[in-house]
Design a protein around this ligand. Structure first.
Ligand SMILES: [Zn+2]
Length: 504
């Protein structure tokens, strides 16, 4: 069976200074048209029941004047005349994409509201609102570009007064020969315009994890323990039969936490001085951008290193634990804000690693996070976790060392956890289907989609307030079953439940 992955080739455009205004005009017009179609769809939400092709036809009937269709209901001409058909279609597809995602969020919100009302609870969560400003990049469908060579391309752009073919030079990474090109997009980064071209790589689909694990004892996997503290990721390479081949610690957590706390502290000080307390105010925009940028680039860096390590050791499976829920921290604004962002970053590292791994034909999976740090990777009894120089007993959250009193295993706590994560995947895959642990919560799954990251976790935070601080803290985030139970309104148990040991 065939599978594919998509990579993006990013090239810098070289053009005359005044031509930058043409790109800006093209993008502005595109967003105007997208906004127009988004409104049309809002007024005819039934369109979303159709597939994209039929919805596109229906939207053209509603808006596009032709001889056969002389008086459409909502004429596009009011925005602009003589739009190239392919430009219009790109805008319709962009609007459809945004509308589908918006209405699906709205529907989920309605469901949550209905549920709350049915239980007699007050529901304060605000409904999602459509974007007020649009800032989409313009895709150039075939016909809107031509004569592409390694170093130049002709693009059909709107100059502000007319449509015109513009030849621009391309620099940067070259397109691989024989690549299947997608539609290039015009992207603005700062003052510079770029051309992003998706290319598709086709390859034989790798065997499923279950198949790889059950048919080949030598199958190699890379298990990753993600942390909020200094070691952002600890990865171990192990085979299905349990041979441990390599370990790596990916650091950088201390720096990013320090940096973030510092910026958040500055934001808090600015807010105190200006007296702005409302959330989401546009103050401190630059500071926020700085934080976001450093989080993004670190998530890319860490995920790239994870996948590189996995690939280098011939791993065909990458396994993480489920992210669990955000446990709010008490304390200063900078501390709370930092832990929240660190949590989001874990989600991003997973998401980025997943698609980078797929480019290397590595399949990614997640396992139940319950007690992965408390279990001995060798004999599966409970470990003691402690600081260096302290007695090896009890369980100190976040401490670096573990000792198993039953089998005398000694080691690094995060490395032990990553081994347990890998073993869980093997155990799960080898069990007959019906005995598999329940499938993860759909809401947690949504975190995988990068666009949903903030929203779904925001929602979570609201639903599960600080009274639900973890009983066994740290990375030992509660499993699926508990999360579900709690949502039903049962108070969290004060004593951790008995370990369920997947390998016994
Ligand atoms: Zn042990």
């Amino acid at each position: 069976m065939a599978a594919k992955s998509t990579t993006t080739i990013r090239q810098v455009l070289r053009y005359q200074p005044h031509q930058a205004a043409w790109f800006a005009a093209t993008q502005a017009l595109f967003n105007q048209v997208v906004a127009f179609y988004f409104e049309v769809i809002q007024a005819h939400a039934k369109l979303l029941d159709l597939n994209n092709k039929d919805a596109l036809t229906a939207l053209e009937m509603l808006t596009h004047t032709t001889r056969k269709n002389p008086t459409p209901l909502m004429p596009l001409e009011e925005i602009s005349e003589d739009l190239p058909a392919l430009f219009r279609r790109a805008a319709i597809n962009a609007a459809l994409g945004s509308a589908r995602s918006f209405f699906s969020y709205l529907q989920q919100w309605r469901k949550r509201k209905e549920k709350a009302v049915a239980r007699g609870k007050t529901f304060t969560e605000r409904p999602p609102v459509p974007a007020r400003t649009w800032n989409k990049s313009v895709p150039f469908y075939g016909g809107q570009w031509q004569e592409r060579t390694a170093s130049s391309i002709l693009l059909k752009v709107w100059t502000g007064t007319c449509w015109s073919w513009l030849k621009v030079r391309l620099t940067g990474r070259e397109l691989p020969p024989d690549a299947a090109l997608g539609s290039p997009s015009l992207i603005r980064r700062g003052k510079q315009w770029w051309l992003h071209t998706p290319i598709e790589n086709h390859f034989a689909r790798p065997a499923t994890i279950e198949r790889q694990v059950t048919t080949n004892r030598e199958t190699t996997m890379c298990a990753v323990d993600l942390n909020l503290d200094d070691h952002l990721a600890v990865c171990t390479i192990q085979t299905v039969e349990g041979t441990i081949l390599a370990t790596t610690f990916i650091g950088g957590g201390q720096e990013i936490n320090g940096f973030r706390k510092q910026q958040l502290g500055r934001i808090a000080r600015n807010r105190r001085q200006t007296g702005i307390i409302a959330q989401g105010e546009q103050d401190n925009v630059d500071l926020w951008r700085k934080i976001k940028h450093s989080d993004e680039s670190l998530a890319h860096l860490v995920s790239a290193r994870i996948v590189q390590f996995a690939h280098h050791h011939g791993a065909t499976i990458l396994v993480f634990e489920h992210l669990g829920n955000l446990k709010p921290e008490r304390g200063k604004y900078s501390r709370r804000g930092n832990s929240k962002r660190a949590f989001w970053m874990k989600g991003r590292i997973f998401t980025y690693a997943k698609y980078k791994a797929w480019d290397q034909r590595i399949i990614t999976s997640r396992v139940n996070p319950r007690n992965t740090s408390r279990e001995c990777a060798r004999c599966h009894s409970l470990v003691a976790r402690y600081q260096e120089g302290q007695p090896a007993e009890g369980y100190t959250e976040g401490a670096p060392l573990v000792l198993c009193h039953r089998c005398a295993m000694r080691g690094h706590a995060d490395r032990n956890a990553s081994l347990v994560i890998g073993q869980r995947l093997v155990a799960r895959s080898q069990k007959p289907r019906q005995e598999k642990p329940s499938t993860p919560l759909p809401r947690v799954e949504r975190v995988e989609k990068s666009t949903g990251v903030l929203l779904s976790q925001e929602v979570k935070r609201k639903e599960e307030p600080s009274s639900l601080r973890a009983r066994h803290g740290g990375r030992n985030e509660h499993g699926t079953a508990q999360g579900r139970r709690r949502r039903m309104g049962t108070p969290p148990p004060s004593i951790p439940r008995q370990l369920r040991l997947p390998l016994e």
